[in-house]
Structures are given as structure tokens and as C-alpha cells.
Design a protein around this ligand. Structure first.
Ligand code: C2E
Ligand code: MG
Ligand code: MG
Length: 283
């Protein structure tokens, strides 16, 4: 309770020894296994917009977990732990199932909102996920271009040939590939060149100081040049202020996501949000 209070949140994962590593793993793993079965995971959607036209180009799917005894748990408190065991498979498949259901619901209502899914590196060390995904979209006749797979830089930094082969197959099948948190890891230019990446998302670290640190602005500018020459779309992550929006526009960045635009929301709120946001003129 004291730790939760200090962190200004409503919950803290139980941890007998106070150590934050292995002992945390036991209760989370136990509760998560149960939680997936009891359908305690749910999705929120954060819009990705065009800074110039205010059009929404899609939304990122962000998983949340509602434990009846504890309340809302954010992914940073359970995804890294799930990634250390096969539980990440259960989390990933549950998330994709819910995403596909949402795409189908919107389709039935005549709405098309492309969605981006976060895929953990571990899910790409064998072909199971790719095969399953390709089957899934065929079964439901879903356009694969309405699904972007966001993978972190660390996935690409690995020299594992199989990962490249899997990404190539997903690209061939029509999925869009995006590099998440770009700039925070160690992606080499060769690894970017080797895979058909359609989008990079500039890590929020660079955006948060873009108005005060000229080095960060220079780094963002160089990422934009790199992306343009490789024909990739660039999304700035973590845009919180109008000032950051303005600077990004001046630098020529077209797309963004962040609390200053919208926080993640329920699917039922997204369609209205898109209409209202497009209609509002720039403040
Ligand atoms: P991410 O993919 O980089 O997602 C962006 C995170 O930044 C989200 O946190 C989002 O709420 C937050 N964010 C967005 N705009 C702003 C902003 O303006 N300021 C600040 N300070 N933060 C902002 P969230 O939802 O807590 O997700 C954290 C991470 O958890 C994600 O980072 C992603 O790596 C992982 N994650 C989320 N959902 C899934 C999932 O379904 N599967 C997997 N494997 N990982 C997931
Ligand atoms: Mg992401
Ligand atoms: Mg990110």
C-alpha cells in the first residue's frame, strides 16, 4: 500500500521481499494466467493522426488488465513479466483475437480504422505467430493492410536470420511493419534496409525535449531525412504540447501520437473522437 501511495497509483503488485525482479514474477504469472482465462484483459486505442490534415490514420492497440481485487494494471507492469515465460503467447493471441473482433465489428458498421498491434520480440523467434496471423485474416477476409505490426528495435538488432524471414513473410502477406521506440535501441541501418519497414515511430524521449534541446531536434530531423529516403512513414510518439506539434510540423514530420492529441480510449469512443478531432480547427 505504501509503495502504491508513493507511486501515486491505486495498486502495487504484491512482492514479499521487496525485490523487484524474481519475486514479482510469481504472483503476476499466477494472476495473469487466471486473468486471461477469465477474460480480464481488454483493449484501448490511441489515435495516430496526420498533423497537417487532422485526419486519423489509425490507432494503436494498447492492452490493459483489470484484476477484480486490484483494479487496472498497465502493460509495463505485466508484459515484461509475461515475456519471460510462455504467457506472452497467451497475451498476444488474446490481444489479436480482440483486435480482429473489433475490426470486424467496425466493418459491419461500415467503418474502417486501421489498427497497430505491439508484438513482442519473443513472438518472432519462430513461425507460429506468423502462420496463425495469416490464417486468421484469411478466415475472416480481413485486409492485412489494415493491420500494422509494431516491433521494437531490439527485435531487429538481433542477427537471427529466422526473424528476418518471418518479417519478410508477414510483409509478403500484406501486413505493415513498424519499428517502435525508434532511436532508443541499436538498430543498424543494414537491418532496416533488409526488411520492408513501412513506418518508424520516433521514441518519445526525443519528442519530450524537442523544444528545449537542439540536439534532440537535430536527431529528429535526421530521422526524418533517413525515413524519407527509405520511403518510410514517420510517427512522432509522445506528443504532449502544441509547441511540440508546431516544431514537428516545421521539421516536416507528418504523423503523431500522444497525450496532447488523445489518450488511449475505449473502442466505443474512438469513432466519435475521430469526427470531433477532424472538425476542430487548430487552437
Ligand atoms: P509503446 O508501444 O511504445 O506504447 C506507447 C506507450 O506510451 C503507451 O503506454 C501510451 O499510453 C504511452 N503514451 C502515449 N502518448 C504518450 C504521451 O504523450 N506521453 C507519455 N508519457 N506517454 C504516452 P502503455 O499503454 O502503458 O504501454 C506501454 C508499453 O507496453 C507499450 O509501449 C508496449 O511496448 C507495451 N504494450 C502495450 N500493449 C501491448 C500489447 O498488446 N502487447 C505487447 N506485447 N506489448 C504491449
Ligand atoms: Mg507501440
Ligand atoms: Mg512506442
Amino acid at each position: 500500500m505504501y509503495r502504491a501511495k508513493r507511486a501515486h497509483r491505486s495498486y502495487e503488485i504484491y512482492n514479499e521481499t521487496g525485490d523487484t525482479s524474481t519475486s514479482r514474477k510469481i504472483p503476476v504469472t499466477h494472476f495473469l494466467y487466471r486473468g486471461i482465462k477469465r477474460k480480464e484483459l481488454f483493449l484501448e486505442y490511441q489515435p495516430k493522426i496526420n498533423l497537417n490534415s487532422r485526419e486519423t490514420i489509425g490507432a494503436e492497440v494498447l492492452v490493459r488488465w483489470n484484476i477484480p481485487e486490484l483494479g487496472l494494471v498497465m502493460p509495463s507492469d505485466f508484459v515484461p513479466i509475461a515475456e519471460r515465460s510462455s504467457l506472452i503467447e497467451d497475451v498476444t493471441y488474446a490481444t489479436i483475437e480482440m483486435t480482429v473482433d473489433q475490426l470486424l465489428e467496425w466493418r459491419n458498421n461500415g467503418q474502417v480504422i486501421p489498427l497497430a498491434l505491439n508484438i513482442s520480440a519473443r513472438m518472432l523467434d519462430n513461425k507460429k505467430l506468423a502462420v496463425w496471423l495469416i490464417n486468421k485474416i484469411k478466415t475472416h477476409n480481413i485486409d492485412p493492410r489494415s493491420i500494422t505490426l509494431e516491433i521494437t528495435e531490439t527485435t531487429l538488432a538481433s542477427s537471427n536470420k529466422l526473424v528476418y524471414q518471418i518479417l519478410h513473410e508477414l510483409d509478403e502477406a500484406g501486413f505493415k511493419l513498424s519499428i517502435d521506440d525508434f532511436g532508443s535501441g541499436f538498430t543498424s541501418f543494414i537491418s532496416i534496409r533488409n526488411v520492408a519497414i513501412s513506418e518508424i515511430k520516433i521514441d518519445q524521449l526525443f519528442i519530450s525535449k524537442i523544444q528545449t534541446d537542439s540536439k534532440d531536434a537535430a536527431i529528429v530531423r535526421s530521422m526524418l531525412v533517413l525515413a524519407e529516403s527509405l520511403e518510410m512513414q514517420v510517427v512522432a510518439e509522445g506528443v504532449e504540447t502544441q509547441h511540440q506539434w508546431d516544431i514537428l510540423q516545421i521539421l516536416g514530420c507528418e504523423y503523431a501520437q500522444g497525450f496532447g492529441i488523445a489518450r488511449s480510449m475505449a473502442a466505443s469512443s474512438l469513432v466519435n473522437w475521430i469526427e470531433t478531432f477532424r472538425g476542430n480547427s487548430k487552437q
